[in-house]
Design a protein around this ligand. Structure first.
Ligand code: MTE
Length: 322
C-alpha cells in the first residue's frame, strides 16, 4: 500500500515507527525481515517472488472488464526481459539481480521541469487505477494482464513538455554489475534498452505506466518498479524498469529497430496484415498454451484498440511504417 506523505496521521493509522525509537524499530524490522525471508526461502523455494509483493490501493476501471485474464502464474513466469536473460524463464529466476530500492527517474529535454525525481514523488501525484489490457508480443504470443498504474499523459504533464517535444524517449536501467544479461559478452543489445513514442501516441488515453499487476506491486521480472504499457503496439515497445524519460524533437533510436531494422520498426503497431519477415502475424497463441492446447486466435489490427488509436496514423502507409 502506498502511504501518501500528506496524509495526516491519526492514532488509528500510526505505525510502529511512530511510537518506537528509530534504532529499535529498525533493528526489530531487520530481524523480522530476515526471519521472514529465511522462512520464505526454506518454505517457498521455487515459487514466484510476486507472492511477496505488496498489495496496492487502486480504483477499478472499465478497461478490459470483459476479458478473460491470463493466470498470474503465467504472467509472472513467462517473460521477455533480456537484462535478466534471454530465456522465457530466466527473468523470474534472475529477478533478484534487479535492485529497485531508491529508484529515481531522470527527466530531460524539451520540458519546463527537468531533473532527477524520486519515483515515490512522481507516483504520489497520481491516482492508481487498474486497467486490463491485451499484450501482443511480436513473437506471436499474447496475454491479458490486469495492470495497476496511471496514465502516461498525466505523468508527462507533471513536467510540462514544451511545443518542441515531438517524441518521448524512454531508457531502462543500466546495471551490468548486477544484471547478468548486460554482463554477457554474447548479448546482441547495445545497452541500455531504449524505446520511444511520438508525442501524440504518448498522450493517447491508452498509454499507461504500470507500477503493479494483479493488485500488487510489479514483480521484478515484469519491469519493476515502473514500466510502460502500450497495448496497441507489439510488446517490445512496452519498456521495463524505466530510469530516464527524454522529450525530444527527433525520432528516438530504439533498441530493436537498431538491431534489426528490417524486422522491427519504430511504430511497431500490431498489424495482422504485415508479416514479420520470418513468421506470420495473422494469428497468435493466447497463453497459457500447452501440449494439448495449441489453439491460435486471430490477431486484431492495433491489437483490437482501433477505436482509440487508428486516427493517430491517418494518411500513413502502415505496411511501410511498421
Ligand atoms: N524492456 C526491457 N527493458 N527489456 C526487455 O528485454 N522486452 C520487451 C518488453 N519490455 C523487454 C522490455 C518485450 S519483447 C516484451 S514482449 C514485453 O516487455 C514483455 O513483457 P512481460 O514480460 O511483462 O510480459
Amino acid at each position: 500500500m502506498i502511504i501518501k506523505p500528506h496524509e495526516f496521521k491519526s492514532s488509528s493509522n500510526l505505525t510502529e515507527a511512530d511510537v518506537t525509537p528509530e534504532s529499535i524499530y529498525r533493528d526489530r524490522r531487520k530481524f523480522m525481515r530476515q526471519g521472514l525471508y529465511g522462512l520464505a526461502a526454506t518454505a517457498f523455494t521455487g515459487l514466484s517472488p510476486s507472492l511477496f509483493a505488496n498489495k496496492l490501493n487502486f480504483k477499478t476501471t472499465q478497461y478490459g472488464a470483459k476479458e478473460t485474464l491470463t493466470p498470474e502464474e503465467a504472467v509472472t513466469s513467462y517473460n521477455n526481459f533480456y537484462e535478466l536473460g534471454t530465456g522465457k524463464e530466466d527473468p523470474v529466476r534472475n529477478a533478484s539481480q534487479l535492485k529497485t530500492q531508491d529508484w529515481t527517474i531522470e527527466i530531460e529535454g524539451h520540458a519546463e521541469i527537468t531533473g532527477k525525481f524520486a519515483l515515490e514523488d512522481i507516483i504520489k501525484k497520481q491516482q492508481l487505477e487498474e486497467r486490463i489490457y491485451r499484450l501482443r508480443c511480436v513473437e506471436a504470443w499474447s496475454m491479458v494482464i490486469p495492470w495497476v498504474g496511471f496514465s502516461l499523459a498525466d505523468m508527462l504533464k507533471q513536467f510540462k513538455p514544451t511545443s518542441k517535444a515531438k517524441y518521448v524517449e524512454f531508457t531502462s536501467i543500466y546495471d551490468p554489475k548486477n544484471l547478468s544479461g548486460q554482463k554477457s559478452v554474447f548479448s546482441t543489445i547495445d545497452w541500455p534498452y531504449v524505446e520511444g513514442l511520438r508525442m501524440d501516441e504518448a498522450m493517447n488515453e491508452l498509454s499507461f505506466m504500470a507500477t503493479g499487476l494483479y493488485g500488487k506491486t510489479l514483480p521484478n521480472q515484469n519491469g519493476a518498479p515502473i514500466r510502460l504499457v502500450v497495448p496497441w503496439k507489439y510488446g517490445f515497445k512496452s519498456i521495463k524498469s524505466i530510469v530516464k524519460i527524454r522529450f525530444t524533437d527527433q525520432m528516438p533510436q530504439t533498441t530493436w529497430s537498431q538491431i534489426a531494422p528490417s524486422e522491427y520498426g519504430f511504430y511497431a503497431n500490431v498489424n495482422p496484415t504485415v508479416d514479420h519477415p520470418r513468421w506470420s502475424q495473422a494469428s497468435e497463441r493466447r497463453l497459457p498454451t500447452s501440449f494439448f492446447n495449441l489453439k491460435r486466435i486471430p490477431t486484431q489490427m492495433f491489437n483490437g484498440y482501433q477505436e482509440q488509436v487508428a486516427h493517430l496514423y491517418k494518411g500513413m502507409d502502415l505496411t511501410r511504417n511498421y
